[in-house]
Design a protein around this ligand. Structure first.
Ligand code: TYM
Length: 334
């Protein structure tokens, strides 16, 4: 069984892209050797409000538990609770190059149009590499937008291993069969995103069923009436992908089923399917949100489990890099 690591930023509301691209698979495939992380260190790279970050971190944990992640099965924790992530990131920054970080598409997109670019936005993928490598992950279940970062992680790990001896496992990204890149419902050439200012185009887990329905019925579609996936029909193609992701149906079977039925019937059924898919998760979130102490306790246990692994990896890294052996002060997570 492969060791798995993945992460999600608490930087905004969780949307359906996050859910079908990543979270849903985490919950379905979870095992003791799987580690899932709320990456709060990653969420301070581009300006944030401290109180909001704290609240969003707890709320994201609540959503992940509501989705079915079971802290007695897998490990679920908050990145800043395990300081080895920041330490490992520094060591890896001395392995990564300016050139390769400058080629990261996500960096270029996020830096575009800013007067000043925080250094953390640039080194962000190195911290992501540290996250993955600390746990010797072989597989990283993510959406398509993260593929380049996982490739970079492999390159960094390979370079480190060549210089200092076999230390890190080379990971690979795994993508879902459908829903690897859900697009915004209004701006069909942009991926659905926490940072995109498109409230009508972003389906939130937190939306009511009525709002979900409204957003899907108003989703931008293409001229024509045919429910068919095609390069010149990005709107309908995206909705078909979403339908396939929430039902497990094949796109070809959906096309056949909606042949001649038009966009209206298709979108109405899609809204039913999405609401049905999210209903148990939304209900469970409402229950769990009433007991934030229990969520915090699950995170505390998760951090202790994660740190056991991360601290062992860092002990090897320190030795390989040539740091003088000594006593490392630990932050008390237990
Ligand atoms: P983040 O927080 O942006 O997204 C979390 C997960 O959701 C996926 N995703 C999508 N999938 C399909 N369609 C979309 N429109 C969509 N939008 C987001 C993402 O691919 C991701 O799997 N850098 C990462 C967080 C991270 C991480 C890691 C991930 C930090 N360390 C280590 C894996 C391993 C990010 O910003 O994800």
């Amino acid at each position: 069984m492969a060791r798995v690591f993945s992460g999600i930023q608490p930087s905004g509301d969780v949307h359906l892209g996050n859910y079908v691209g990543a979270i849903n698979r985490w919950a379905h495939d979870q095992r003791p050797e799987h580690t899932y992380c709320i990456v709060d260190l990653h969420a301070i790279t581009a300006g944030h409000d401290p109180a909001t970050l704290r609240a969003k971190t707890l709320d994201l944990a609540t959503w992940l538990l509501a989705a079915g992640l079971d802290p007695d099965v897998c490990t679920l924790f908050v990145q800043s609770h395990v300081p080895e992530h920041a330490e490992c990131s520094w060591v890896l920054e001395c392995t990564a190059t300016m050139g390769e970080l400058g080629r990261m598409v996500q960096f270029k997109q996020r830096a575009e149009g800013r007067d000043t670019v925080p250094v953390g936005l640039f080194t962000y993928p190195v911290l992501q590499a540290a996250d993955i490598l600390l746990y010797h992950a072989e597989e990283v279940p993510v959406g398509a937008d993260q593929r380049q970062h996982i490739e970079l992680t492999r390159d960094i790990a390979h370079r480190f291993n060549s210089r200092f001896g076999e230390t890190f496992t080379l990971p690979r990204a795994t993508l879902p069969p459908a829903g690897a890149r859900i697009m915004d419902l209004q701006l069909v050439d942009k991926k659905m995103s926490k940072s995109l200012d498109s409230p009508q185009g972003t389906l939130l887990l937190d939306d009511s069923e009525a709002t979900t329905r409204k957003k899907l019925l108003r989703a931008v579609t293409d001229s024509g009436t045919e429910v068919r996936a095609a390069p010149d029909k990005p709107g309908i193609t995206n909705l078909l992908d979403l339908f396939a992701a929430v039902t497990g149906a094949e796109v070809a079977a959906l096309e056949q089923h909606y042949d001649g039925k038009g966009y209206g019937a298709f979108k109405g059924d899609l809204a039913e399917a999405v609401n049905g898919f999210l209903r148990p998760v939304r209900d469970r979130h409402a229950e769990l949100a009433a007991d934030p102490g229990a969520v915090a306790e699950a995170l505390r246990k998760g951090a202790a489990k994660a740190q056991e692994v991360a601290s062992q990896t860092m002990a090897v890294v320190r030795e390989r890099v040539g740091f003088l052996a000594g006593t490392v002060a630990r932050s008390p997570v237990e």
